[in-house]
Design a protein around this ligand. Structure first.
Ligand code: AMP
Ligand code: ZN
Length: 513
């Protein structure tokens, strides 16, 4: 399935057709700047990494072959400073926090990139690019440092929309008499005592920050890449400098479109160590389902600022509960339908039979589901509007709940429609990386149910689901016999285990309170 996808390009400030590559135009090459590994990542970093995870997942869902590269900056001033603080080598610090980063991404459900190059393993590609820049007159050497000369690039500033003269007068650029222009930036830094360094034509040294992404984009994806991006704080100077040095050095367009995600703030304040409102991803995930955090983040469009607060996290947890409860209600209806073997659940057969249904309720659910599918796709294809897509999902979930309420007893036709709706919800949620584990019903049941079943004399075995079923049958019998004392006793005993009994059209079931 390939549909027309529009994406906001932050360089041209407009939505453009999704840029693609390959003979068939079905490949998308994406490079997103990765973390500098000197600390655990915070939830702001996580927001930006999630943006690219969702873009990637959605494009793959739409049938594109995506190659996604994300670097690890494992040599940098911050890593060196941290290594001094912790009495470790910079390589040790980088190794520790790279592992923490990968673990946190995994826990948050973010797929690993296809290629994850590390700056320290790509020094020769960076040296080659720097050589090209010196040879073409865009860079110069001073005392073992190499600088990019911004005034040699007539287009410098085209990404951030700034011009060199404005930048110079307004910027707090440190004065360095060795530079031809205060805005010139380091491509290579001469070695300082105790710092990591490598051989180069200009003596021992290490790369400047910006050069790695240019070298790695070209090496692993070939230029131009289709999409380059990161958080909006990277537009200037990092991406501006990457763009200048790549186009001057390689002599071709660097990236067809630029994607930048908005900043995450906490309680409407910028997240910063000095304000003490710095939240690490690992700490947030300790007390929160990763899916709830994903839902919270995706309920804001990726380009808008995202305000994180405990109350928003609570809201996201309740939204997730609503989705879970709707899905388990649908599953319950399906699992308890006696003639389930009569429904052909193969996706093609189901699609065909669903669109031939004649029962009014069933037909309405199919029509609502198809409308939901179209609206969800339209939102996602319109610059990855996850907030809009999720809004459609919540509306459709309400429709499903109403349908379950209304059709007390399911027929072959309504169950066919319910399975169709259930599959669509699961499929579209998964396209955003939202995977909901409903688990088998006995996963959540407490072991004490066996004692209750035994004391009621209705079950002797050790299967929790069976014990539960027998207890509910005993309660149903008690109600038929108007033995209210017994039915209340069963209800109260379950309540002490944190279980509530829910009477549904298909019979009673227990739920965790
Ligand atoms: P860093 O390790 O600082 O280079 O950051 C890694 C990624 O996180 C970059 O793409 C940054 O733009 C992004 N980032 C940093 N702070 C925030 C924030 N508060 N909100 C969203 N993204 C951020
Ligand atoms: Zn970068």
């Amino acid at each position: 399935m390939q549909t027309s996808i529009m994406i906001y390009d932050s360089k041209s400030h407009q939505k453009v057709d999704l840029p693609c590559s390959g003979e068939k135009g079905d490949e998308v090459k994406i490079y997103a700047c990765g973390p500098t590994v000197y600390n655990h990542i915070h939830i702001g970093n996580a927001r930006t990494f999630l943006t690219f995870d969702v873009i990637r997942k959605w494009l793959s869902y739409c049938g594109y072959k995506v190659t996604f590269v994300q670097n690890i900056t494992d040599v940098d001033d911050k890593i060196i400073n941290r290594s001094i603080e912790e009495g470790k080598t910079p390589a040790e610090i980088a190794k520790i926090y790279t592992k923490h980063f990968i673990d946190a991404m995994d826990k948050f459900g973010i797929d690993p990139p296809d290629i994850r190059p590390k700056a320290t393993e790509e020094i020769s590609s960076m040296i080659n690019l720097i050589k090209k820049l010196i040879d073409s007159g865009h860079a110069y050497v001073v005392d073992g440092d190499v600088y990019f000369e911004v005034r040699t690039d007539a287009e410098y500033g085209k990404l951030s929309g700034r011009n060199i003269d404005d930048l110079q007068s307004g910027a707090r650029v440190e004065v360095d008499s060795r530079k031809r222009d205060p805005l010139d930036f380091a491509l290579w830094k001469a070695a300082k005592l105790g710092e990591p360094s490598w051989d180069s034509p200009w003596g021992q040294g290490r790369p400047g920050w910006h050069i790695e992404c240019s070298a790695m984009s070209e090496k692993y994806l070939g230029l131009p890449i289709d999409i380059h991006g990161g958080g909006s704080d990277l537009i200037f100077p990092h991406h501006e400098n990457e763009l200048a040095q790549s186009e001057c050095g390689f002599g071709c367009q660097f990236a067809k479109a630029w994607v930048h995600s908005g900043m995450l703030n906490i309680n409407e304040e910028k997240m910063s160590k000095s304000l003490g409102n710095f939240l690490l991803l690992k700490d947030v995930l300790e007390s929160c389902d990763p899916v709830a955090l994903r839902l919270l983040m995706l309920q804001t469009h990726y380009r808008s600022p995202l305000d994180f607060s405990d109350s928003r996290l609570d809201e996201a947890k309740s939204s997730l509960d609503r989705v879970k409860s709707a899905l388990s209600n649908l599953k319950w209806a399906v699992d308890n339908f006696d003639e389930l073997d009569k429904v052909n659940q193969d996706s093609v057969a189901l699609n065909e039979s669903a669109h031939k249904l004649e029962d009014e309720d069933a037909k309405n659910l199919i029509a609502a589901c198809d409308a939901f599918n179209i609206a969800f796709i339209e939102n996602m294809n319109n610059d990855f509007n996850t907030a809009g897509a999720l809004g459609e999902l919540f509306s459709f979930i309400n429709i499903c709940n109403q349908m379950l309420e209304k059709t007390k007893v399911q027929s072959l036709q309504t169950i066919t429609a319910i399975i169709y709706a259930q599959n669509k919800i699961v499929e579209l949620l998964a396209s955003l990386g939202i995977v909901i584990e409903l688990g088998s019903s006995d996963d959540d049941l407490p072991g004490e149910l066996l004692d209750i079943a035994k004391s009621l004399g209705v079950y002797e075995g050790d299967n929790l689901a069976d014990a539960c079923e027998c207890i509910l049958k005993a309660r149903a019998n008690a109600r038929v016999n108007k033995d209210w004392d017994l039915s209340d006793k069963i209800r109260d005993e379950l309540q002490t285990l944190g279980l509530i009994i829910e009477d549904t059209a298909q019979g009673a079931r227990v739920k965790l309170a």
